[in-house]
Design a protein around this ligand. Structure first.
Ligand SMILES: Nc1ncnc2c1ncn2[C@@H]1O[C@H](COP(=O)(O)OP(=O)(O)O)[C@@H](O)[C@H]1O
Ligand SMILES: [Mg+2]
Length: 252
Protein backbone atom coordinates (compact mmCIF):
# COMPACT_ATOMS: atom_id res chain seq x y z
CA UNK A 1 0.00 0.00 0.00
CA UNK A 2 1.33 3.45 -0.90
CA UNK A 3 1.33 5.92 1.95
CA UNK A 4 2.62 9.44 2.16
CA UNK A 5 2.94 11.55 5.24
CA UNK A 6 0.55 14.42 5.69
CA UNK A 7 2.59 17.49 6.55
CA UNK A 8 2.28 18.56 10.18
CA UNK A 9 -0.54 21.01 10.73
CA UNK A 10 0.45 24.63 11.24
CA UNK A 11 -1.18 26.98 13.70
CA UNK A 12 -3.26 28.66 11.06
CA UNK A 13 -5.93 27.07 8.89
CA UNK A 14 -4.94 25.78 5.46
CA UNK A 15 -2.88 28.17 3.36
CA UNK A 16 -5.03 27.25 0.33
CA UNK A 17 -7.81 29.48 1.66
CA UNK A 18 -10.33 26.66 1.69
CA UNK A 19 -12.12 26.23 5.00
CA UNK A 20 -11.66 22.76 6.55
CA UNK A 21 -14.82 20.84 7.46
CA UNK A 22 -13.06 19.95 10.73
CA UNK A 23 -10.13 21.83 12.20
CA UNK A 24 -8.71 21.13 15.66
CA UNK A 25 -5.75 22.68 17.40
CA UNK A 26 -4.31 21.32 20.64
CA UNK A 27 -7.65 19.72 21.42
CA UNK A 28 -7.84 18.28 24.93
CA UNK A 29 -10.48 16.39 26.84
CA UNK A 30 -10.19 15.53 30.51
CA UNK A 31 -12.84 13.66 32.45
CA UNK A 32 -13.14 14.21 36.19
CA UNK A 33 -13.99 11.12 38.17
CA UNK A 34 -14.29 12.22 41.79
CA UNK A 35 -10.82 13.43 42.76
CA UNK A 36 -9.22 11.84 39.71
CA UNK A 37 -8.63 13.47 36.35
CA UNK A 38 -8.53 11.25 33.30
CA UNK A 39 -6.74 12.92 30.40
CA UNK A 40 -8.29 11.24 27.36
CA UNK A 41 -7.20 13.62 24.57
CA UNK A 42 -3.84 15.24 25.23
CA UNK A 43 -3.49 17.87 22.51
CA UNK A 44 -4.71 16.85 19.06
CA UNK A 45 -4.24 18.96 15.90
CA UNK A 46 -5.41 18.20 12.36
CA UNK A 47 -7.59 19.51 9.53
CA UNK A 48 -10.05 17.53 7.44
CA UNK A 49 -11.09 19.04 4.11
CA UNK A 50 -14.37 18.57 2.25
CA UNK A 51 -14.58 15.26 0.42
CA UNK A 52 -12.00 13.39 2.48
CA UNK A 53 -12.63 9.82 3.64
CA UNK A 54 -10.67 9.42 6.88
CA UNK A 55 -10.26 6.34 9.07
CA UNK A 56 -9.39 6.75 12.75
CA UNK A 57 -7.63 3.80 14.34
CA UNK A 58 -6.15 3.08 17.74
CA UNK A 59 -6.42 0.67 20.65
CA UNK A 60 -9.52 0.48 22.79
CA UNK A 61 -9.56 3.37 25.25
CA UNK A 62 -7.29 5.60 23.17
CA UNK A 63 -9.96 8.30 22.89
CA UNK A 64 -11.43 7.62 19.43
CA UNK A 65 -15.08 7.84 20.44
CA UNK A 66 -14.34 10.83 22.65
CA UNK A 67 -12.85 12.62 19.63
CA UNK A 68 -15.79 11.67 17.40
CA UNK A 69 -18.24 12.98 20.01
CA UNK A 70 -16.36 16.29 20.08
CA UNK A 71 -16.36 16.54 16.28
CA UNK A 72 -20.05 15.66 16.35
CA UNK A 73 -20.75 18.54 18.74
CA UNK A 74 -22.18 16.03 21.23
CA UNK A 75 -19.61 17.06 23.81
CA UNK A 76 -17.32 20.04 24.33
CA UNK A 77 -13.52 20.08 24.66
CA UNK A 78 -11.76 20.88 27.94
CA UNK A 79 -9.38 23.15 26.03
CA UNK A 80 -8.08 23.76 22.54
CA UNK A 81 -9.97 24.88 19.49
CA UNK A 82 -12.42 22.92 17.37
CA UNK A 83 -13.88 24.49 14.25
CA UNK A 84 -16.66 22.86 12.25
CA UNK A 85 -17.09 24.32 8.76
CA UNK A 86 -15.47 27.53 10.00
CA UNK A 87 -17.50 27.86 13.21
CA UNK A 88 -15.66 27.74 16.54
CA UNK A 89 -17.85 25.36 18.56
CA UNK A 90 -16.32 26.56 21.83
CA UNK A 91 -18.24 29.80 21.33
CA UNK A 92 -21.69 28.21 20.93
CA UNK A 93 -24.38 27.61 23.56
CA UNK A 94 -26.16 24.27 23.63
CA UNK A 95 -29.00 25.40 21.34
CA UNK A 96 -26.58 26.67 18.73
CA UNK A 97 -24.54 23.46 19.06
CA UNK A 98 -27.64 21.35 18.46
CA UNK A 99 -28.55 23.44 15.44
CA UNK A 100 -25.06 23.11 13.96
CA UNK A 101 -25.12 19.37 14.61
CA UNK A 102 -28.47 18.91 12.88
CA UNK A 103 -27.44 20.99 9.90
CA UNK A 104 -23.93 19.63 9.43
CA UNK A 105 -23.57 16.09 10.69
CA UNK A 106 -24.97 12.62 10.12
CA UNK A 107 -24.10 9.93 12.67
CA UNK A 108 -23.69 6.19 12.10
CA UNK A 109 -23.14 3.93 15.13
CA UNK A 110 -21.92 0.39 15.70
CA UNK A 111 -25.29 -0.73 17.09
CA UNK A 112 -27.31 1.14 14.41
CA UNK A 113 -29.43 2.92 17.09
CA UNK A 114 -32.72 2.49 15.21
CA UNK A 115 -36.16 2.35 16.82
CA UNK A 116 -36.89 -1.38 16.82
CA UNK A 117 -40.63 -1.45 16.24
CA UNK A 118 -40.67 1.45 13.83
CA UNK A 119 -40.55 1.10 10.05
CA UNK A 120 -37.42 1.76 8.02
CA UNK A 121 -39.10 4.77 6.41
CA UNK A 122 -40.12 6.29 9.77
CA UNK A 123 -36.61 5.75 11.15
CA UNK A 124 -35.06 7.56 8.18
CA UNK A 125 -37.62 10.38 8.46
CA UNK A 126 -36.96 11.06 12.15
CA UNK A 127 -34.16 13.67 11.78
CA UNK A 128 -36.39 15.67 9.41
CA UNK A 129 -39.03 15.91 12.10
CA UNK A 130 -36.49 17.39 14.54
CA UNK A 131 -34.96 19.63 11.88
CA UNK A 132 -35.55 23.39 11.92
CA UNK A 133 -35.73 23.44 8.15
CA UNK A 134 -39.12 22.92 6.60
CA UNK A 135 -39.21 19.88 4.35
CA UNK A 136 -42.09 19.82 1.91
CA UNK A 137 -42.53 16.06 1.61
CA UNK A 138 -40.54 14.17 4.29
CA UNK A 139 -41.83 10.78 3.13
CA UNK A 140 -40.56 11.35 -0.40
CA UNK A 141 -37.16 12.54 0.86
CA UNK A 142 -36.83 9.55 3.22
CA UNK A 143 -37.85 7.12 0.48
CA UNK A 144 -35.27 8.61 -1.85
CA UNK A 145 -32.56 8.05 0.78
CA UNK A 146 -33.73 4.46 1.34
CA UNK A 147 -33.49 3.91 -2.43
CA UNK A 148 -29.91 5.22 -2.37
CA UNK A 149 -28.95 2.49 0.09
CA UNK A 150 -30.88 -0.12 -1.92
CA UNK A 151 -33.75 -0.62 0.53
CA UNK A 152 -36.81 1.05 -0.98
CA UNK A 153 -38.56 -2.34 -1.05
CA UNK A 154 -38.07 -2.64 2.73
CA UNK A 155 -39.59 0.72 3.68
CA UNK A 156 -42.43 -0.85 5.70
CA UNK A 157 -40.28 -3.42 7.51
CA UNK A 158 -39.50 -2.64 11.13
CA UNK A 159 -35.83 -2.66 12.18
CA UNK A 160 -36.45 -5.90 14.06
CA UNK A 161 -37.41 -7.50 10.72
CA UNK A 162 -34.16 -6.50 9.02
CA UNK A 163 -30.70 -8.09 9.02
CA UNK A 164 -27.77 -6.30 10.66
CA UNK A 165 -26.45 -5.09 7.32
CA UNK A 166 -29.88 -3.81 6.28
CA UNK A 167 -30.27 -2.03 9.62
CA UNK A 168 -26.93 -0.30 9.10
CA UNK A 169 -28.09 0.76 5.62
CA UNK A 170 -31.23 2.26 7.15
CA UNK A 171 -29.03 4.05 9.70
CA UNK A 172 -26.88 5.44 6.86
CA UNK A 173 -30.00 6.61 5.00
CA UNK A 174 -31.11 8.30 8.24
CA UNK A 175 -27.69 9.96 8.56
CA UNK A 176 -28.01 11.30 5.00
CA UNK A 177 -31.59 12.53 5.14
CA UNK A 178 -30.74 16.07 6.30
CA UNK A 179 -28.07 16.51 3.58
CA UNK A 180 -25.18 16.73 6.06
CA UNK A 181 -21.70 17.93 5.08
CA UNK A 182 -20.06 15.28 7.21
CA UNK A 183 -20.75 11.64 8.11
CA UNK A 184 -19.30 10.45 11.43
CA UNK A 185 -19.25 6.67 11.82
CA UNK A 186 -18.11 5.00 15.06
CA UNK A 187 -17.17 1.35 14.36
CA UNK A 188 -19.92 1.08 11.68
CA UNK A 189 -18.97 -2.53 10.84
CA UNK A 190 -18.21 -3.60 14.42
CA UNK A 191 -21.43 -5.63 14.68
CA UNK A 192 -21.37 -7.04 11.12
CA UNK A 193 -19.82 -10.08 9.44
CA UNK A 194 -17.04 -9.66 6.89
CA UNK A 195 -19.16 -9.79 3.74
CA UNK A 196 -21.74 -7.37 5.10
CA UNK A 197 -18.92 -5.08 6.27
CA UNK A 198 -17.58 -4.94 2.71
CA UNK A 199 -21.10 -4.03 1.49
CA UNK A 200 -21.20 -1.14 3.95
CA UNK A 201 -17.73 -0.01 2.81
CA UNK A 202 -18.97 -0.15 -0.80
CA UNK A 203 -21.72 2.26 0.23
CA UNK A 204 -19.24 4.56 2.00
CA UNK A 205 -16.93 4.46 -1.04
CA UNK A 206 -19.90 5.43 -3.24
CA UNK A 207 -20.80 8.33 -0.94
CA UNK A 208 -17.15 9.41 -0.87
CA UNK A 209 -17.09 9.24 -4.68
CA UNK A 210 -20.10 11.56 -4.71
CA UNK A 211 -18.16 14.08 -2.60
CA UNK A 212 -19.27 13.28 0.97
CA UNK A 213 -16.79 13.86 3.80
CA UNK A 214 -16.57 10.74 5.99
CA UNK A 215 -14.77 10.19 9.29
CA UNK A 216 -14.89 6.58 10.40
CA UNK A 217 -13.54 4.99 13.56
CA UNK A 218 -12.56 1.35 13.21
CA UNK A 219 -10.09 -1.03 14.80
CA UNK A 220 -10.07 -3.30 11.73
CA UNK A 221 -7.18 -2.63 9.30
CA UNK A 222 -9.19 -4.25 6.46
CA UNK A 223 -11.94 -1.67 6.97
CA UNK A 224 -9.59 1.30 7.45
CA UNK A 225 -8.04 0.33 4.10
CA UNK A 226 -11.10 1.70 2.25
CA UNK A 227 -10.32 5.22 3.47
CA UNK A 228 -7.84 7.55 1.76
CA UNK A 229 -6.33 8.89 4.95
CA UNK A 230 -5.49 7.25 8.24
CA UNK A 231 -5.24 8.93 11.64
CA UNK A 232 -3.80 6.68 14.32
CA UNK A 233 -4.22 7.41 18.03
CA UNK A 234 -2.37 6.06 21.01
CA UNK A 235 -2.87 7.15 24.62
CA UNK A 236 -4.75 10.29 23.66
CA UNK A 237 -2.20 11.48 21.08
CA UNK A 238 -2.22 11.47 17.29
CA UNK A 239 0.78 9.29 16.42
CA UNK A 240 0.27 8.87 12.66
CA UNK A 241 -1.47 10.88 9.93
CA UNK A 242 -0.95 9.42 6.45
CA UNK A 243 -2.62 9.43 3.05
CA UNK A 244 -3.12 6.04 1.47
CA UNK A 245 -4.44 4.66 -1.78
CA UNK A 246 -7.87 3.33 -0.81
CA UNK A 247 -8.58 -0.33 -1.34
CA UNK A 248 -10.64 -0.81 -4.49
CA UNK A 249 -14.03 -2.47 -4.21
CA UNK A 250 -13.98 -6.10 -5.44
CA UNK A 251 -15.94 -5.28 -8.62
CA UNK A 252 -14.05 -2.13 -9.63
N1 LIG B 1 -18.10 10.22 29.95
C1 LIG B 1 -16.96 9.70 30.41
N2 LIG B 1 -16.59 9.87 31.70
C2 LIG B 1 -15.43 9.36 32.16
N3 LIG B 1 -14.55 8.66 31.41
C3 LIG B 1 -14.86 8.45 30.13
C4 LIG B 1 -16.08 8.95 29.56
N4 LIG B 1 -16.10 8.59 28.24
C5 LIG B 1 -14.97 7.91 28.02
N5 LIG B 1 -14.22 7.80 29.15
C6 LIG B 1 -12.91 7.14 29.27
O1 LIG B 1 -12.05 7.74 28.30
C7 LIG B 1 -11.18 6.78 27.74
C8 LIG B 1 -11.33 6.80 26.22
O2 LIG B 1 -12.61 6.33 25.88
P1 LIG B 1 -13.13 6.25 24.37
O3 LIG B 1 -12.99 7.58 23.74
O4 LIG B 1 -14.48 5.65 24.41
O5 LIG B 1 -12.05 5.26 23.72
P2 LIG B 1 -12.10 4.41 22.37
O6 LIG B 1 -13.31 4.81 21.58
O7 LIG B 1 -10.81 4.72 21.67
O8 LIG B 1 -12.15 2.97 22.78
C9 LIG B 1 -11.54 5.46 28.37
O9 LIG B 1 -10.63 5.22 29.41
C10 LIG B 1 -12.94 5.69 28.90
O10 LIG B 1 -13.17 4.88 30.01
MG1 LIG C 1 -14.99 3.77 20.95
Amino acid sequence: MTRTNVSPTEDQPQASGRIPVVSCRDLRKTYKLGEQRLEVLKGISFDIMAGEFVAIMGPSGSGKSTLLNLIGALDTPTSGRLMLAGTDIGKLDSDALAHLRNRLIGFVFQQFNLLRRTSALENVKLPLIYSHDHVHDPDAVALERLAEVGLEDRQHHTSAQLSGGQQQRVAIARALVTNPQLILADEPTGALDTKTSVDIMALFSKLHGAGMTIIMVTHEPDIAAYAERLLRFRDGLLVEDVKQVPKAMPWT
